[in-house]
Ligand binder design. Structure first.
Ligand code: MN
Length: 262
């Protein structure tokens, strides 16, 4: 009883006290996975000098972790910053954040189940954001695309003369609205955003979104536009099967990314 009372009191103090905004409490394994995700996505050609990947904080769901503004392949644990859902840094310490951090904050705000977000300009996906041909799954590993891939038109939220970047909360919120409950949204003339229930799932989806776009373009060319895509039932069933398998390629990609750094 006393122990229960004490834990209640400490809980209230933790929730209301000065420690509320104190960063630095994220699980080190989560930070390690986030650093690995940066290296993997760079090594797999999804991100290059640009693009970023974030994770929701494991103890404070109203915070997320994202590297300072730098090339993802060079990120280490010391570069990981903490942000509130307003995408303002809690621990800047002179570090410059990414201009497009609002992509992450506004998605975490509207999608409580999302634990990781990847924003990239992965090249094979770009054409699908600028033509009338939808990005659909051509093979089982991209089954998660089967429920449809919305396209974000920044002119609708930002007018006809933006620099294409999601550089403020309003544009981030507009992108999150376009994403809705989908795993992937394309950003016309810019890139895409991919979410997952874990860092591994978001990385898996980001890589296979790029692979599927490459294969779909090839199939559309070969078939003169006539392609047999997975139907929605096949896509959903394949996605459910794959969800249990994402650890396998993660280990491979991680090893390859580490090997690339040796
Ligand atoms: Mn971008």
């Amino acid at each position: 009883m006393l122990r229960h009372l004490l834990s209640e009191i400490f809980g209230i103090v933790a929730a209301t006290g000065a420690g509320l905004r104190t960063p630095g409490s994220a699980d080190s394994a989560l930070i390690d996975d986030l650093v690995a995700a940066n290296w993997i996505l760079a090594q797999q050609g999804v991100i290059d000098g640009f693009g970023h990947v974030s994770a929701r904080h494991d103890k404070h769901p109203d915070r997320f972790l994202l590297a300072r503004s730098m090339a993802p392949a060079l990120v280490t644990a010391a570069d990981i910053m903490e942000f509130g859902l307003d995408s303002e840094a809690l621990d800047a310490r002179g570090r410059t954040p990414y201009l497009e951090r609002f992509i992450h904050g506004e998605i975490y705000r509207t999608r409580p189940e999302v634990q990781a977000v990847v924003h990239s300009h992965s090249p094979a996906v770009i054409p699908f954001g600028v033509v009338e041909v939808a990005l659909r799954p051509v093979f089982h590993l991209a089954g998660f695309l089967g429920a449809g891939v919305p396209v974000f038109e920044i002119r609708e939220a930002g007018g006809p003369a933006t620099d294409m970047l999601v550089r403020d909360p309003a544009l981030g919120a507009a992108l999150a609205r376009t994403l809705g409950d989908a795993p992937v949204a394309l950003m016309r003339g810019h890139g895409n955003v991919v979410v997952g229930g874990s860092i591994r799932e978001a990385v898996f989806r980001a890589i296979y979104t790029e692979v599927n776009a490459r294969l779909a373009s090839e199939a559309l060319r070969l078939g003169g536009g006539r392609v047999v895509f997975l139907n929605p039932d096949e896509a959903a069933a394949a996605a459910a099967t794959n969800r249990a398998q994402i650890g396998r390629p993660w280990e491979l990609w991680k090893e390859q990314a580490l090997a690339g750094r040796r």
